[in-house]
Design a protein around this ligand. Sequence first.
Ligand code: GDP
Ligand code: CA
Length: 318
Amino acid sequence: MRITVLAGGIGGARFLTGLRTLGHDITVIGNNGDDVTMYGLRICPDLDTVMYTLGGGISAERGWGREDETFRVRDDIGAYVGASGTDDLPSWFGLGDLDLATHLVRAHWLAEGVPLSAVTARLCARWDPGVRLLPSTDDRVETHVTLAHGERVHFQEWWVRLHASVPATAIELFGASEARPAPGVLDAIAGADVVVLPPSNPVVSVGTILAVPGIRDAVVATSAPVVGVSPIVGGAPVRGMADACLAAIGVETSAYAVARHYGELLDGWLVDEGDKADADRLNEEGLPARAAPLLMTDVDATARIADAALSLAADVRK
Ligand code: GDP
Ligand code: CA
């Protein structure tokens, strides 16, 4: 089967490690909302997390960046921060030394005019992730967050520097109105046998992919069943701060509320076995929903989650 997955970083990449074992033809539409330019380098954290995770290069401990990494360059930049008397160097953002190689190569190709989708394909030629990885768009987009007192900051500043500790009142994909889906994205949605929304952040991963004009409409229009896996288990994110993102857009942190937020996009929804009441309520309201263990503890457990998502898709298709 041709399966198209709209994936963020860690949650999406983990899910893909399980899905990949089931032997289908997988296209991943990655999130560009996290993208940012620092030190003149275009950084695409979610694309890299998918590429490194599936390519066997991810840091198992951190879940982002490279295994066997060192941070000599970052630490040396720190010496300039202290000495220069300025605080505008983003020394809080961790780019390891090996990771810098990826960023130098990406910057080189982008500067030569190679579109991000082609750059991503070239980077993946080394990592051989076993899926086709597409950015949501070749155009420049990034998520901006409005803080409670009105200041607007880049998503990375809110997430990494402030740890989402300051409440947000709005989250939007800056540049979206000018952006177009990357080559292959709309075809991958229209031509899929199943479209999956993995347990990725509904706001700043899946939400920002859907915010690229044309993608949401394509997901609504595809004849493929669209099934989602809840990233919220027992009323909380399994890891990360998705609750802060959901609060910013006025959505309750529950498996039920995330399904309702996706609304007409979904043909089926998987919740954790402990959230069976959420599934019952959704079924009563007409959305096919099932409960299954949703903790991605290892590749086998994750493959069972992916399998449950595909069997739900097969049943809703009938
Ligand atoms: P990010 O870009 O690195 O934040 O990663 P994603 O957006 O792809 O995924 C983040 C989401 O993954 C968070 O909201 C977590 O709750 C969810 N998540 C992480 N581990 C698990 C897990 O084992 N099971 C489920 N159901 N969700 C998970
Ligand atoms: Ca992310």
